[in-house]
Design a protein around this ligand. Structure first.
Ligand SMILES: NC(=O)c1ccc[n+]([C@@H]2O[C@H](COP(=O)([O-])OP(=O)(O)OC[C@H]3O[C@@H](n4cnc5c(N)ncnc54)[C@H](O)[C@@H]3O)[C@@H](O)[C@H]2O)c1
Length: 279
């Protein structure tokens, strides 16, 4: 399905190495539209707050790349911890080395499984969430935008925020703060980079049962004393469209924002929630 033409464009997507995650869906959709994509992710666990079961490991990232290649897409993979500025610089350089340029950055990497009441949340978990979800997009935008400015042909930065960027959720102080912050980062970078033809926007999805979403389902169904089915049933019941979000809903919004058709949309934070969030 190629209804936006991104041929000749080069995209870097962070946190895209986990099967069935939003990153896989976004990378896959951009490749379908003709973009060449550098798929990046941690590749291996960097420590206790990002254990193996929650990250995109090297073999999983290769699996994502292979599925996209099998579908005719052009992709490469590269390990990137978005908290590390030298790795961020190297990843931007890698995109240019592989494909000659960089036109699109999707800041998708995020952690949403460090959940606790604000009175119990340890400082190091707060730091881990803010580092990945907010400092990471800042560092990636800084270096990707430098590359785009050097090229002189504009570009796109898309930040994957969340419904938690607009509303609050219990036990998710760090996550909610990081995503609200990401909207602020989006607006400031949009102001600064618009003069270079680079638009900066955020996409704010509601709940999607990815690997991260499944960890939240487990935590909250347990917390509220509900079965998983009852918990998911409640999510569906409160949504105007009576369903959870799908990976494709977010991937389609990202492809649109990357297209020429969205050239004058800048600094926005687009809800992709079936009407659950309206501001
Ligand atoms: N699933 C949802 O319900 C939902 C809703 C709204 C927003 N989001 C956001 O969408 C994005 C993708 O989430 P997902 O649901 O696909 O989860 P996911 O767990 O499949 O993907 C998150 C990815 O981020 C990577 N990551 C974690 N720390 C990293 C680091 N330091 N450097 C680089 N990569 C790192 C992980 O390895 C993983 O592959 C996140 O930013 C998340 O907050 C998810």
């Amino acid at each position: 399905m190629k209804n936006y033409d991104l041929s000749g464009k080069v995209a870097l997507v962070t946190g895209a190495g986990r099967a069935r995650g939003l990153g896989e869906g976004i990378a896959s959709r951009l490749a379908e539209c003709g973009a060449s994509v550098l798929i990046t992710d941690l590749g291996q666990s960097p420590g206790e707050h990002m254990p193996d079961q929650h990250i995109g490991a090297a073999d999983s990232m290769e699996g994502v790349a292979q599925r996209i290649r099998d579908n005719g897409g052009t992709v490469q993979t590269w390990p990137l911890d978005v908290r590390d500025e030298s790795q961020v610089k190297a990843a931007v350089a890698r995109a240019a080395e592989c494909f000659g340029r960089l036109d699109i950055l999707v800041n998708n990497a995020g952690i949403g499984y460090l959940i606790a009441p604000c009175t119990e949340l340890p400082e190091d978990k707060w730091d881990a969430v803010l580092d990945v979800n907010l400092k990471g997009p800042f560092l990636c935008t800084k270096h990707a935008a430098r590359q785009m400015i050097r090229q002189g042909e504009g570009g796109r930065v898309i930040n994957i925020a969340s419904q938690a960027a607009k509303s609050s959720f219990p036990h998710m102080a760090a996550y909610t703060a990081s995503k609200h912050g990401l909207v602020g980062l989006t607006r400031t970078c949009a102001l600064e980079l618009g003069q270079h033809g680079i638009t900066v926007n955020a996409v704010c999805p509601n709940h999607v049962t990815t690997g991260l979403g499944a960890a939240q389902n487990d935590y909250f169904s347990n917390h509220f004393g509900l079965t998983l089915e009852q918990y998911i049933g409640n999510i569906r019941a409160r949504n105007p469209m009576r369903r959870e979000g799908k990976v494709a809903d977010t991937a389609n919004a990202v492809a649109f924002l990357c297209s020429d058709q969205a050239a004058y949309i800048n600094g926005d934070s687009l809800n992709v929630t079936g009407g659950e969030e309206m501001h």
